[in-house]
Design a protein around this ligand. Structure first.
Ligand SMILES: NC(=O)c1ccc[n+]([C@@H]2O[C@H](COP(=O)([O-])OP(=O)(O)OC[C@H]3O[C@@H](n4cnc5c(N)ncnc54)[C@H](OP(=O)(O)O)[C@@H]3O)[C@@H](O)[C@H]2O)c1
Length: 431
């Protein structure tokens, strides 16, 4: 009988213990499906005495990474530490030694993915990272394998559970951002320092990974346009409802003949769009391919067992490859296409401003839009405020962002306009 293949786990926190629990629970099914026997032979942690969510033989735990990276018997390294350092260094070292790597680390893959894919290929090793985007949702494998016959035109995702939870609560309770953030923190859905989530950094990392695969182009994090949800108010939520829309933080990648657009920002989407009904901490990724049409991947975007499920799927792929002696089955061909500047992106816009309600003001605002070629699809003016500014809301037709910005710069100089309170992009066709 063949000797069991040996796995080394780097990290034994939320996801590491989730992986271990699934391996304990479903070991025989997983082995049978992989067609190979395997065992976890070492687990790297920081603190040997920390209480763990699963029972584990203490002799498996180590604080010395060399016990995994230098062990020639360990052929598969599962990196679940998180962050760039030392995770990147360990992954690099493992691949350089021809060890196969499975990781759920979005930061490492978004930052160094192209480099690591080359390193894996040079060393005849596999690199899998299904858990890095969408937690338990299978999306990397569909993009790498199931959809290879398609030209992917568009990918749009709700890929951050914290912000989706906050926007869902704001919509349901007609509440303000700050109140709901506090509630999400109390429930453990948001970190004490929520910037990575609410400012869109986490979603931007995930978009880098998705768009690089979908468009076969290495995309750098600085090329992603990013805006968070902190400026969304209950007034915006109410106007979205009026227009038959929902506000979601979307990670958007689109292919155009002139280049690729990659952007993360709050977005109005029509209630009939499949992404509009993704609530709470759930994630979903919408993909449009030229052959398959529209697809939607939906599920839990985080958590020990959902993410563990994705990591196990990758481990099984590696085990199958090991069994069949066929490594690096998935080739990625990089193409040269420019990433468009945000100023060149064309979309529709929601604009909420406050202006004094005097005759002629609307005509001045309309003239400023018109001067830059921005045409208005809908408008709402609420209430009569005597000398008090009143809200005026516009939805534009599709226009280049450069023109929209130029028109807003004109509008901001009008004496009757008190402020431009918010501008939110609109996706998903007409009403
Ligand atoms: N949590 C999720 O739902 C989720 C979802 C999708 C993807 N991910 C990704 O999965 C990865 C792991 O996340 P997690 O939530 O499981 O993290 P976590 O709970 O913080 O666990 C991290 C583990 O790594 C160990 N560790 C940290 N720094 C180390 C170091 N310098 N040397 C040795 N060990 C070290 C920790 O050891 P101690 O236990 O001894 O402190 C801990 O066991 C991250 O890349 C994350 O982005 C997580």
């Amino acid at each position: 009988m063949d000797k069991p293949l040996k796995l080394g786990l780097l990290g034994f926190g939320t996801v590491g213990t989730g992986v271990y629990r699934i391996l304990q629970r479903n070991r025989s099914i997983i082995s049978a499906r992989a067609g190979a026997d395997f065992e976890v032979s070492k687990i790297l942690v920081r603190d040997l005495d920390k209480p763990r969510a699963v029972e584990v033989d203490r002799s498996l735990l180590t604080t010395d990474p060399r016990e995994i990276l230098d062990d020639p018997e360990i052929g598969i390294v599962v990196e679940l530490i998180g962050g760039l350092d030392p995770a990147y260094q360990y992954i690099q070292e493992a691949l350089s030694r021809g060890k196969h790597v499975v990781t759920a680390n979005k930061a490492v893959i978004a930052t160094y993915g192209a480099r690591l894919i080359s390193l894996a290929a040079e060393n005849g090793a596999d690199l899998y990272y299904e858990g890095a985007v969408g937690g338990g949702i299978p999306i990397i494998k569909p993009l790498r394998e199931s959809l290879v016959g398609n030209r992917i035109e568009e990918i749009m995702g709700i890929v951050n559970g914290t912000t989706n939870y906050i926007l869902t609560r704001m919509t349901q309770e007609k509440a303000d951002f700050a109140d709901v953030l506090g509630e999400a923190q109390a429930l453990g859905y948001a970190e004490a320092d929520p910037a990575a989530d609410v400012e869109g950094y986490d979603a931007a990392h995930k978009l880098v990974i998705l768009a690089s695969l979908a468009f076969q182009k290495p995309i750098a994090i600085h090329q992603v346009y990013r805006e968070g949800i902190t400026k969304i108010s209950r007034e915006d939520i109410a106007f979205a409802e009026h227009f038959g829309c929902t506000i979601k933080l979307l990670a958007i990648g689109k292919r155009h003949p002139q280049g690729i657009e990659v952007r993360v920002h709050p977005t109005f989407i029509p209630n009939r769009h499949p992404l509009a009904s993704v609530h709470d901490v759930f994630n979903a990724i919408y993909v449009r391919g030229d052959a398959v049409g529209e697809l939607m991947f939906y599920g839990r975007g985080a958590g020990d067992l959902p993410t563990g499920s994705a990591v196990i799927a990758d481990i099984v792929d590696v085990l199958r490859n090991c069994k069949q002696g066929t490594h690096h089955r998935v080739e990625t061909l990089w193409q040269d296409a420019p990433v468009l500047s945000m100023e060149d992106v064309r979309t529709r816009y929601y604009i909420r401003l406050h202006a004094v309600d005097k005759p002629g003001v609307l005509a001045q605002v309309a003239a400023s839009f018109g001067a830059e070629g921005v045409s208005i699809e809908s408008m709402i003016q609420q209430g009569r405020g005597e000398d008090e500014p009143v809200p005026i809301v516009f939805i534009t037709h599709e226009v280049e962002e450069r023109r929209l910005r130029a028109s807003l710069a004109r509008i901001a100089t009008l004496p009757a306009v008190k402020d431009i309170a918010n501008v939110i992009r609109v996706e998903g066709g007409g009403r």
